[in-house]
Design a protein around this ligand. Structure first.
Ligand code: NAD
Ligand code: UDP
Length: 318
């Protein structure tokens, strides 16, 4: 397949580009690097089936040659990024998604939208099945991201229903792994960076809020399965193993052997209290299930961060 990956220079996108190349596909990676890093795809740049185009997808764009699939990942994704890039986040969720949909329409290509568990907001239904419509504050600080993704889902479904574009939507739950930016502000990257540096782990609120963390390799298998299917979704992709954020902090401390303490900080506005995917649909429709347990995924992530950060690891228990 010839696949266009928007946001291919980001954390998830770079792993997806790699996986597509590994199975023999041709990849055109589009990114403006507002939150991604050229370094994430630097090792792919010599590959004959890989092409990187520095592109802002909020402006109309085309790519050379035929296209079989468009995987639309472009969007700031961490809370500090989308707060800092509020207007850009709304623009890429709306105009950027429409430009990517138009590309798919012109080429008769499959279109994959990477939506988010944030469409469920602070959920009143737990765990979250795809049938749940969500509980989002439309004017709160997180709304630039949540509502952009909700709009993107509506737009993608309208392109499917009205224009016959082969659209598939996945809703991704918290994903972690190598190539997260150490300072992106997300909880896993922050705790790992702080633990490796011997700095206090900044725990927001009392740490009783929950998340379900999925290792990036598992997520990428799910993205490929959805890309290859003709399902419209939405399909949740996430690891149903739910943890409190406090448990995560303790696990990171154990894995790194760090002497860091936990420092409590105020809970951000509208921070969802709990989140856990129902993944029956992914299992039944895509034959997908996460495989990497949190402690194993964290070990791999810590090992990767350790090769990049200055201060040496105090100790990694095996
Ligand atoms: P990321 O910030 O690492 O990657 C996003 C990429 O999109 C970056 O490389 C960025 O430069 C690029 N981008 C942003 N706006 C752009 C624009 N206008 N034009 C071109 N490129 C642009 O984030 P990520 O974690 O890799 O997330 C990838 C996708 O998955 C996002 O759409 C995000 O909403 C979704 N998602 C991720 C998670 C997660 O836990 N990582 C959870 C839910 C959904
Ligand atoms: N969090 C935290 N300390 C940090 C960063 C985040 O305690 O340094 C908390 C945050 O308040 C939230 C959870 O960890 O409850 C997950 O945050 P993240 O930004 O990774 O993802 P999201 O809130 O978008 O699920």
């Amino acid at each position: 397949m010839r696949v266009v990956v928007t946001g291919g220079g980001g954390f998830v996108g770079s792993h997806l580009c790699e996986a597509l190349l590994r199975r023999g596909d041709t990849v055109c990676c589009l990114d403006n690097f507002c939150t991604g890093e050229p370094e994430n795809v630097a090792h792919l740049r010599g590959a004959p089936r890989f092409r990187l185009l520095r592109t802002d997808v909020t402006e109309p764009f085309d790519v050379p040659g035929p296209v079989d699939a468009v995987a639309h990942l472009a969007s700031p994704a961490s809370p500090p990024d989308y707060h800092r890039l509020a207007l850009q986040t709304l623009a890429v969720g709306s105009r950027g998604t429409e430009n990517a949909l138009r590309l798919a329409q012109r080429h008769g290509a499959r279109f994959l939208l990477t939506s988010t568990s944030e469409v469920y907001g602070d959920p009143e239904v737990h765990p979250q099945p795809e049938e749940y419509w969500g509980h989002v504050n439309p004017v709160g600080p997180r709304s630039v991201y949540d509502e952009a993704k909700r709009f993107a889902e509506a737009l993608a479904m309208a392109y499917r229903r009205s224009l016959g574009v082969d659209v598939g939507i996945v809703r991704i739950f918290n994903t972690y792994g190598p190539r997260m930016r150490p300072h992106d502000g997300r909880v896993v990257s922050t705790f790992v960076r702080q633990a490796l540096a011997g700095r206090p782990l900044t725990l927001y609120g009392d740490g009783s809020q929950t998340r379900s963390f999925c290792y990036v390799d598992d997520l990428v298998r799910g993205l490929l399965a959805m890309l290859d299917s003709d399902r419209s979704g939405p399909v949740n992709l996430g690891n149903p193993s739910e943890r409190t954020v406090r448990e995560l902090a303790e696990l990171v401390l154990r894995i790194t052997g760090s002497p860091s303490r936990i420092a409590y900080r105020p809970l951000p506005v509208d921070d969802p209290t709990r989140r856990r995917p129902v993944i029956n649909r992914a299992v039944e429709q895509l034959g997908w299930m996460p495989r990497v347990p949190l402690d194993e995924g964290l070990r791999r992530t810590v090992a990767w961060f350790a090769t990049r950060s200055g201060p040496p690891l105090p100790r990694i228990p095996v």
